[in-house]
Design a protein around this ligand. Structure first.
Ligand code: SF4
Length: 251
């Protein structure tokens, strides 16, 4: 793993995911190294020759920049993060996400966190003090064997569910991002999530070319077609609705 400390020029960027939202990415690169990762396009801007997952640029001036930029920012929601995981393991050492949260808390900016890591629990003392904050976990399947194929270095599904449960019990608004939909049992996944999330987003595999060979290698091709995503999206929605959990399908 090549780790480099850098000074970024800017830390808040206007999000392309949603209107009136900023993205805040304290790192470039991601140690989770998911096979379907959409963020690999970042390599085009940074000239990294290493494979995605084998490098991290640490934006060590993130808190300093954030303090400066918040002075002129609109009161939009700040999303941590859009092209990295703000709680990947390097965050244990640098605590940049934590420092940024401390600043956002001071000004009570609305915050949305999306992660795959229970390291977010380290910052629960800050999270509970926000007036407007939500924490989401990406959970793409209920089957850890499937997870290992597509997300080899990310925390287990059990660890994510446990973390969601703890956050939810502490009164934090929580959600699950089921995307991309990997092979899964919808009833089983809904059973695990129904009491610990306030809402759910569902998305299909948006970059099938990246993973087609991996699906073939494991005999999973049938889980990569349009019908599967539509069927599974609607099955998940049906089971969540029975549990009174709000669902948004993004495709
Ligand atoms: S956790 Fe997100 S950013 Fe990190 S490798 Fe996986 S998909 Fe990409």
């Amino acid at each position: 793993m090549k780790i480099k400390e850098i000074n970024a020029k800017k830390i808040l960027t206007i999000s392309r995911i949603s209107e009136q939202m900023y993205s805040l990415n304290p790192y470039i690169g991601c140690q989770h190294s998911c096979k379907y990762c959409y963020a690999t396009f970042m390599k085009r801007f940074t000239n990294h020759k290493e494979n995605w997952g084998n490098f991290i640029d640490v934006k060590i001036n993130s808190p300093y920049l954030l303090k400066e930029e918040l002075q002129k920012a609109k009161r939009w929601e700040v999303m941590l993060s859009s092209v990295t995981d703000p709680y990947q393991s390097i965050e244990r050492k640098y605590a940049l996400t934590r420092e940024c949260l401390e600043i956002l808390l001071k000004y009570q900016f609305p915050v949305s966190i999306l992660t795959k890591s229970p390291l977010v629990l380290r910052d629960i003392d800050l999270l509970i003090r926000f007036e407007n904050l939500e924490v989401g976990f990406t959970i793409t399947t209920d089957d850890d064997e499937i997870k290992k194929i597509f997300e080899p270095f990310s925390p287990s599904i059990y660890e994510r569910i446990k973390a969601l449960e703890i956050l939810h019990r502490r009164g934090i608004r929580t959600y699950a991002f089921i995307g991309p939909i990997l092979p899964l049992n919808p009833e089983n996944l809904v059973k695990k999530l129904r009491k610990i999330v306030d809402f759910v987003y569902i998305d299909r595999m948006n970059y099938p070319k990246k993973v087609i060979n991996l699906y073939r290698k494991h005999g999973l091709e049938s889980y990569l077609n349009e019908d599967y995503f539509y069927k599974m999206g609607h099955e998940l929605k049906k089971f969540f609705n029975l549990e009174q959990v709000e669902v948004k399908i993004l495709f």
